[in-house]
Design a protein around this ligand. Structure first.
Ligand SMILES: NC(=O)c1ccc[n+]([C@@H]2O[C@H](COP(=O)([O-])OP(=O)(O)OC[C@H]3O[C@@H](n4cnc5c(N)ncnc54)[C@H](OP(=O)(O)O)[C@@H]3O)[C@@H](O)[C@H]2O)c1
Length: 296
């Protein structure tokens, strides 16, 4: 498919590369031009303006946050102003329910289509085309995107005709991941301070009562105190908890654990954790116990 791809960060660079490798005709844009180079070498076309990435059947955004997506989609000379009628904007970033609703309206008003398709999986899963994609929007539009989703992930789950549903499901999933990271951090601090080998402890749990990828991945990072280089930076994790709490406030759903996680991220960021992986909130419990947690 003739596809524009906007946002070549940790996730987007790997995803755009997989679209090129699958034979799609991909035009890439990134705010910082240097990140476009590797994709051009793979065979992608270069867009030097957002508008030039909006000439095909589809444009995908994989940007940091609401501000970035709103700037690129709704700003002067943005996606809404340039995408042809009938073409599809697939928003794959983790953004707020409120912005997703606004984008759906803005595109529908001028006859464009909007699909929300946030993803589960870190950059290594993106590079291996093993993402899980949660897709929502008009079913014919979601179906039309299938060749692209197939090149990006191992499974796509269409969840609703209402785009905001995918964003809410993604935010709830990241809330659960952050809760698992905090719980793992506390448990590992407990056994670690008692002198039990942290790695063996994580291997035991993740091969018996918690055989889940999240426990394996994050348990390993916490046990090793390995929070750099970041695959998913802490400020973006903090953003997701804030967005989950904003949705909870709108729906009047108390989430006391969510509020606790909000403060855990705030503490990490206040103490210089800006460049660490979000798994570093799992190192705070050991610090509270008087142990050093970094690069053990
Ligand atoms: N990393 C993960 O494990 C992971 C997993 C699932 C979902 N996600 C979600 O996927 C999205 C991307 O994450 P990532 O880890 O790839 O982030 P990242 O490496 O920080 O990349 C962010 C991208 O957004 C661009 N950007 C930021 N602000 C912008 C603005 N105001 N205008 C235009 N472009 C802007 C950056 O451009 P520059 O290069 O110019 O800075 C870069 O291309 C986020 O919504 C994140 O929550 C991440």
């Amino acid at each position: 498919m003739k596809t524009g791809f906007i946002g070549l960060g940790h996730m987007g660079s790997a995803m755009a590369a997989n679209l090129v490798k699958a034979g799609h005709d991909v035009t890439v844009f990134n705010r910082s031009p240097a990140k476009r180079r590797a994709l051009l070498e793979l065979g992608a076309n270069e867009a030097t303006r957002v508008a030039d990435a909006c000439r095909g059947d589809v444009v995908i955004t994989m940007l940091a946050d609401d501000t970035a997506v709103a700037d690129v989609a709704l700003g002067d000379d943005g996606i809404v102003g340039n995408l042809p009628r009938g073409a599809i904007h697939i928003s794959m970033s983790t953004i707020s329910v409120a912005l997703s609703k606004k984008l759906a309206h803005a595109h529908a008003e001028i006859g464009q289509r909007f699909v929300a398709a946030p993803v589960f999986g870190r950059p290594d899963a993106a590079a291996a085309a093993k993402l899980f994609i949660v897709a929502a929007g008009d079913p014919t539009a979601v179906e039309a995107c299938k060749p692209l989703f197939d090149a990006l992930g191992q499974k796509t789950v269409p969840i609703s005709a209402e785009p905001t549903a995918a964003n809410l499901v993604k935010l709830s999933g990241n809330f659960l991941l952050a809760a698992a990271i905090e719980a793992l951090g506390e448990a590992i601090a407990l056994v670690g301070k008692a002198g039990i080998d942290r790695r063996s402890y994580v291997d035991l749990l993740s091969s018996t009562i918690f055989p889940a990828p999240a426990y394996k991945t994050y348990g390993g990072l916490i046990a090793d105190g390995k929070f750099q280089p970041a695959a998913f930076v802490a400020p973006l994790g903090y953003k997701d908890i804030r967005l989950a709490l904003a949705a909870a406030e709108t729906l009047r759903v108390p989430m006391p654990l969510g509020s606790l996680l909000h403060d855990r991220f705030l503490r990490l960021l206040a103490q210089g954790g800006e460049r660490l992986d979000w798994a570093a909130i799992g190192g705070l419990a050991a610090q509270d116990a008087g142990e050093s947690t970094f690069s053990r």
